[in-house]
Design a binder for this molecule. Sequence first.
Ligand code: FEO
Length: 396
Amino acid sequence: MNPVEVVENVYWVGAVDWNLRDFHGYETRRGTTYNAYLIVDEKKALVDTVKHPFRGMLVDRIRKVTNLEDINYIIINHIEKDHSSSLPYIMQQAQKATIVTTERGKEGLTKYYGEHGWNFLTVKTGDELNLGNKTLKFVEAPMLHWPDSMFTYLQEDSVLMPNDAFGQHLASSQRFDDEIDWDVLMDEAAKYYANILMPMASLIVRKIEELRDLGLKPKIIAPSHGIIWRSSPEKIVSLYLEWSKGEAEKAAVIVYDTMWGSTEKMAYEIAEAIGRSGVKVKLFRLHVSDKAEIMKEILNAKAVIIGSPTINNSMFLTVSAFLTYVIGLRPREKVWATFGSYGWGGGAVRKINKLLEEARFEVIEPSVQAQYAPTEDDLQRCRELGGKIAEMIKSK
Ligand code: FEO
């Protein structure tokens, strides 16, 4: 296990998790990485650790550069266990190390791992740590991704280590953006933003402005997951600004499930009408689709249309689960519409509308509902709904 030099005397010492397929509910079809960085100076600092099962890889890579016993600081940018769960193991060997983290980080690490008598140095935005020739500057970043989160900036080399921000769940033998298929990288960066960071959109805009106000101009952005941005870090920063402001393509996404084919027939009819109007549309049946992929498409769309059959006076379980997921992620600047089928009392569409309205999403009326199987009149109403959505998208 070899380290990879990021800049002189700064090494990637993380781990590649090729087989991860689920990250707390987010389908990670291309695996992920847990990135940790070792800075070698008069004092030595390790920035973040890795998920516990990968601790051996971390230690192997560190030992190619230095002894663990010689590490002076372990910077914990974020306590979530994919980054911190090797800390107790590392601290058994790096016994003279001081853990550098935020106040919330110290509190969370103690609650996760107990009292060990570890030395802590808690830091706030603007605090600096001199390692000899290199200086670390810290920027608190609460809720990007958890309340404890912070960014670490290596001043002399202009390397930003923002932990979860700007990451991707993407396993690769390459470490840098100029070494990898750019389409795959962009696909995974968008999917990661949509499934992890989208609820914090306004915080992201403010944090990027704060970095500029602090005079930080990263030449390299080295996140804690995926590929390191070194060829054009400004590209991912400007994409984060666009996504966070709700900028999207003139496109629609239809998300539905079906019991006996009626709701599916309506979904196809709505999709046809949108497509005929010259607006791009993608259709996902939840039973066979990844939520994470759908969220990426919603990020890039201006309209979302949700469909469900009625079962037990309510919506399908897959639709209910998806609504819980999508409402939690709070996509911005979308219009929403609903449709569905029922046998007798109905209930699915009414309940979907209620959830969307409670989330303060803009819902286009009227919804389209069909009893048992859609009639020609019902299908005409689907076409009209599709046409109306297409016109709204074009005007936005
Ligand atoms: Fe990659 Fe919030 O942990």
